[in-house]
Design a protein around this ligand. Structure first.
Ligand code: NAD
Ligand code: TYD
Length: 328
């Protein structure tokens, strides 16, 4: 298959491209704007065609989609904390970008898969969200992702475009930009830097190994019913504090590094996805959190040439803004 993968230079996108090229022999065109989170290095070992551009740029999209049989859209601004500080790019990329891609897919007559998130459902105290649960996003990130999902659904209902939506839970694994909880804690622990826990650290996330998400998206692309939404949740839930404690144990860091900082505004307490629908297509998560976390810590330990330039670049300015004096 020849696939257009938008946002393929980011964390999940690059892992997905690697999986498709190596395991499925797909031809892949990557369209990516290369924001702070997108890196050509993430795809250094994978054969692909690269188009540098934004999904909201019609000309770039037209160039990239040529000859492709399906579009998989990962392109997004993805960090909730950044969406609280500067929501602008979230609105442009998720609303305008998704619209431009949908139009291009409609014109080309190809299947369109939108990569979405469990955060569109908001927070759940008990039980798990199904695909029919009401949408109740809390942050500018999740609200704009929800808008994109609704636009995608409208292209199925209005124009008959073959659309699919995959809502994943929190991903972790190699190549994740170190502003997200797990890579941030791993690198800080390795450097004996403070480990900033928001609020009481009892917020729960449903952890999904990045390759399991990639396999789930592949399953939905091949076997999903057009117009449908599929939740792809990880096999394990874990409170943030326990995640950090596990990382402390795996890295041998000092527990004294654990530092409670001011909570995120509007912080969702718990995410949990029911994934029976995608399981009925034959998908099953293969990596449990304990094993995946160990592999992820080992990957960061073994790949300083990947994270070294990130930690010494613009990232420092972000880090100062986000945590500033709270970490001393
Ligand atoms: P990421 O931030 O690592 O990568 C995003 C990629 O999109 C980057 O390569 C970036 O350069 C590119 N991009 C951003 N804006 C663009 C634009 N306007 N045009 C073209 N490219 C653009 O993010 P990720 O964690 O890999 O997430 C990928 C997708 O998966 C997102 O849609 C996200 O909402 C979704 N998702 C993420 C998680 C998670 O835990 N990380 C969970 C569920 C769903
Ligand atoms: P994050 O990785 O940003 O993903 P999301 O907000 O999309 O779930 O955060 C995961 C959880 O970790 C979330 O509850 C916020 C918390 N968190 C911290 O406690 N400290 C941190 O420094 C970061 C980045 C996140």
């Amino acid at each position: 298959m020849k696939l257009l993968v938008c946002g393929g230079a980011g964390f999940i996108g690059s892992n997905f491209v690697r999986l498709r090229v190596r395991d499925h022999g797909d031809e892949v065109v990557v369209l990516d704007k290369l924001t702070y989170a997108g890196r050509r290095e993430n795809l250094a070992d994978v054969e692909h065609v690269f188009v540098h551009g934004a999904i909201e740029d019609r000309d770039k999209v037209a160039e990239a989609i040529e000859g492709c049989e399906a579009v998989v859209n990962f392109a997004a601004e993805t960090h909730v904390d950044r969406s609280i500080a500067e929501p602008d790019a979230f609105v442009t990329t998720h609303a305008v970008g998704t619209y431009v891609l949908l139009e291009a897919a409609r014109e080309a007559g190809v299947r369109y898969l939108q990569v979405s998130t469990d955060e569109v459902y908001g927070s759940i105290a008990e039980g798990s969200f199904t695909e029919g649960s009401p949408l109740a996003p809390s942050s500018p990130y999740s609200a704009t992702k929800t808008g994109a999902d609704l636009l995608v659904a409208s292209y199925f209902h209005t124009y008959g475009l073959e659309t699919l939506i995959c809502r994943g839970s929190n991903n972790y694994g190699p190549y994740q930009y170190p502003e997200k909880l797990i890579p941030l804690m791993i690198l800080n622990a390795m450097h004996a830097d403070p480990l900033p826990v928001y609020g009481d650290g009892q917020q729960v996330r449903n952890w999904l190994y990045v390759e399991d998400f990639g396999r789930g998206i592949g399953h939905v692309l091949a076997h999903g019913r057009p117009g449908e939404v599929y939740n792809v949740g990880g096999p394990d839930e874990c409170p943030n504090l326990e995640v950090v404690e596990r990382i402390i144990a795996l890295t041998g860091a000092d527990r004294e590094l654990l530092t409670y900082v001011t909570d995120r505004p509007g912080h969702d307490r718990r995410y949990s996805l029911a994934s029976e629908k995608v399981r009925a297509l034959g998908w099953e998560a293969q990596v449990h959190f304990a094993e995946g976390l160990e592999q992820t810590v080992a990957w960061y330990r073994d790949n300083p040439e990947w994270w070294g330039p990130i930690r010494s670049g613009d990232y420092r300015a972000y880090y100062e803004r986000q945590y500033g004096s709270q970490l001393g």
